[in-house]
Write a protein that binds this ligand. Structure first.
Ligand code: TYD
Ligand code: MG
Length: 456
């Protein structure tokens, strides 16, 4: 006999409550609790109960009993393999999260086709598109000949049976929100369904040594079962991002049990799918033939790669009582800090002016090393004085107005040299025998007075 029990599950954070209430005690969100009924069928799939059978005796092992690092499956899409930590680990589960329409299905079709062409046994199971639609897309992208096993299915039971029957190396489930398990009487796409389906697939992946890639849509409100609940179950979470209006797409590792998490893969969306961008600096720099005020080139590091990107600032008279401070691609708190340091330590005040800061190309910078570059772009915009031509800028700024050395100076300078830059502005003594001319400064005010010698 199947037994039913009802719970109220927060659709934002996934916490389970026995009674309904207006606010979730887990994440304090309002009106997110939804009634869900769980049933335990006789045999077959069972929801997790949390009890451990007395028969399963726990065995301890030593730390050094672990075998060598597992061999990785190389899919052949280099940018994807690098973000995974050098290929996909057999038996691992990966979540690819992103906004609807960013290009997750396109990326995974390319990854599966490339992996299948390398001789791996691959399945692509879509719950969103019909087989004909996927074939049509594959034909447009020139991937029709790849030996991928394709299916359109949303029933978890049918998928699990097929995966138990066949020995696949890699299975893509597009998307986890469309799957449906008959062990959970909650709506498709609800937190309980997503959690139950992901749990079963991850368990099977570990047992059979089949790697599973789950696609998860993120919604701004997190209303439709955010893939947040899945993040804890999988070995790696990769987010696929792109700014509207830009063709660039960035695959970023946010969790990885088998590799570094700060790695990025850069792609460009075109008419025949995604193109890998092995040298993103050239892409983010764009055309720099003119010397414009308010522009500075930042020599940054994304994961293991140096990336040069243009930081643009604009300072304009404010039409309102409270001036605007707008940032795209950088942290607005950091901008406020830099403006305060400029005012308090360097005597450069932006007062009643609007300030805009933009990172070109749709890239997001999170490194404090961009401080000096942002500050120089801001002062250059305020004074309408261009910075020296062919010069990159990097360095962290402290609240006292000092310029600090940052990590990987050599990598940054070498990338700048490679792309035709002739000098760099950074902290004093950042490196011995630098590969190009370095203007080193101890303080921000010193850098401003030397490079932008204009009264403000
Ligand atoms: P898709 O992979 O379906 O997004 P997701 O699975 O993340 O929802 O990609 C959808 C967008 O990509 C769509 O707006 C069209 C665009 N696109 C191209 O520009 N070129 C292409 O070759 C393909 C296949 C898609
Ligand atoms: Mg899709």
């Amino acid at each position: 006999m199947a037994r039913d029990h009802t719970s109220y599950v927060c659709q934002s954070c996934g916490s389970v409550h026995s009674k309904w209430s207006g606010q979730c005690t887990g994440c304090s969100a309002w009106n997110t609790l939804v009634q869900e009924t769980f049933s335990t069928p006789p045999g077959g799939l069972k929801p997790e109960t949390g009890k451990i059978s007395r028969l399963n005796k726990l065995q301890f092992e030593t730390l050094d009993s672990v075998d060598e690092a597992p061999a990785r499956m190389i899919t052949g899409v280099t940018e994807f393999d690098r973000v995974c930590g050098g290929g996909v680990v057999p038996g691992s589960a990966i979540l690819i999260a992103g906004d609807p329409g960013v290009g997750k299905s396109t990326l995974l079709l390319q990854v599966t086709a490339s992996a299948a062409n390398q001789g791996l046994r691959i399945a692509y199971i879509s719950g969103e598109e019909a087989v004909e639609q996927i074939r049509g897309r594959a034909a447009r992208m020139g991937l029709s000949k790849a030996p991928v096993d394709l299916a359109a299915e949303t029933g978890l039971r049918a998928i699990l049976e097929a995966l138990k029957r066949e020995q696949f190396d890699l299975v893509v489930i597009d998307s986890i929100q469309t799957l449906w398990s008959d062990a959970v009487e909650a709506a498709q796409g609800s937190v309980s369904q997503v959690r139950a389906c992901a749990g079963e697939l991850v368990r099977l992946a570990k047992k059979k040594g089949t790697s599973v890639i789950l696609v998860g849509h993120v919604t701004k409100e997190g209303q439709i079962a955010g893939p947040r609940v899945v993040e804890h179950m999988v070995d790696a979470v990769l987010s696929f991002e792109g700014e509207r209006g830009y063709p660039f797409r960035i695959l970023r590792g946010t969790k990885n049990r088998f590799g570094a998490t700060d790695e990025i893969g850069v792609f460009e969306m075109g008419d025949s799918g995604l193109r890998e961008v092995p040298n993103p600096s050239a892409l983010f720099l764009g055309d720099r033939s003119e010397r414009a005020s308010g522009s500075a080139v930042f020599a940054g590091i994304e994961g293991s790669r140096p990336v040069l990107v243009e930081v643009q600032a604009l300072v304009a008279p404010s039409a309102y009582g409270t001036p605007r401070r707008a940032v795209v691609g950088w942290d607005s708190g950091r901008l406020a800090m830099i403006l305060a340091v400029l005012e308090a330590r360097c005597g450069v005040a932006f007062g009643q002016k609007d300030v805009y800061l933009n990172v070109a190309g749709g890239l997001r910078i999170s490194e404090p090393a961009a401080d000096l570059c942002a500050a120089m772009a801001l002062v250059s915009a305020l004074t309408d004085t261009p910075l020296p031509r062919d010069c990159v800028v990097f360095g962290e700024i402290s609240l006292s107005g000092d310029v600090r050395t940052v990590s990987r100076t050599e990598g940054r300078l070498k990338e700048a040299l490679k792309l035709g830059f002739s000098s760099a502005v950074t902290a004093q003594n950042a490196m011995e025998n630098p590969p190009l001319k370095v203007h080193g400064f101890n303080s921000l005010s010193e850098a401003i007075s030397r490079l932008l010698p204009v009264d403000v």
